[in-house]
Design a protein around this ligand. Structure first.
Ligand code: DX5
Ligand code: ZN
Length: 227
């Protein structure tokens, strides 16, 4: 089955002193989305950036031709709702959150969608998929963590492949156009395996940022996906 693959560099691994420039560079190098990792030092043991940084980066998230590039906000925060609303105002295109971090998952999904933003759910390596039984029709993105959330540069957890296969079956059964994104430890030498399991959207932080040529890394990833 031919799928439209998306590569979403995570700015968690970018140079925080040059974030606007980094966003423009990685888009010029072929990035499809910008993955924006929000950490609150409560739900995960790390602290990153808030809605104001998203707002500041929004004008940089465009192609050379002026086409807006989706900002894919990954909320690793608890509670969820107030920050989700703030990121919706700040220009997020997708907002995904961890169901285990929300009091009322269905209501949080509805609140994000009500702001015209695409809602998504994020599943940690040990998190079951059961909640999808009741909300899969209401979301546009399912994000499978292939590392434990909180840090870039970790190794890919192989059990995620089985979970990706299970989610792919659920998406195909429901018939809705839902993106299946995978996050953590994605490199040019494993992205094909992740795509074969059923993913169509790939987060990559340390595999891209810090490398001499974003173009060659993203190109190598696309080459692996095209095989
Ligand atoms: C981890 C974040 C990931 C991370 C990916 O909590 O959600 O998006 O930045 O970084 P790499 O690609 O280096 O594993
Ligand atoms: Zn992430």
């Amino acid at each position: 089955m031919s799928r439209t693959y998306r590569i979403a560099p995570s700015i968690l691994s970018a140079d925080f002193a040059r974030l606007g420039e980094e966003v423009r560079s990685v888009i010029d190098a072929g990035a499809d989305w910008i993955h924006f990792d929000v950490m609150d030092n409560h739900y995960v043991p790390n602290l990153t950036f808030g809605p104001m940084v998203c707002q500041a980066l929004k004008p940089h998230a465009v192609t050379a031709g002026g086409v807006a590039v989706p900002i894919d906000v990954h909320l690793m925060v608890q509670p969820v709702d107030a920050l989700a609303a703030a990121f919706a105002q700040a220009g997020a295109d997708y907002i995904s959150f961890h169901p285990d971090a929300a009091q009322h998952v269905h209501r949080s999904i509805q609140a994000i969608a009500a702001q015209g933003v695409k809602p998504g759910l994020v599943f940690n390596p040990a998190e079951p998929l059961d909640v999808l039984d009741w909300v899969i029709e209401d979301i546009d993105l399912i994000l499978i963590m292939s590392v434990n959330p909180g840090f870039g540069g970790q190794s890919f957890i192989d059990s995620a492949l089985r979970k990706i296969e299970a989610v792919r079956k659920r998406i195909d059964a429901c018939g809705k156009d839902i993106r299946l994104e995978v996050d953590g430890g994605i490199k040019e030498n494993n992205i094909r395996r992740v795509a074969d399991a059923g993913a169509d959207t790939f987060v990559a932080g340390s595999a891209i940022f810090g490398k001499p040529s974003y173009q060659s890394v993203i190109g190598a990833m696309r080459g692996a996906l095209a095989q």
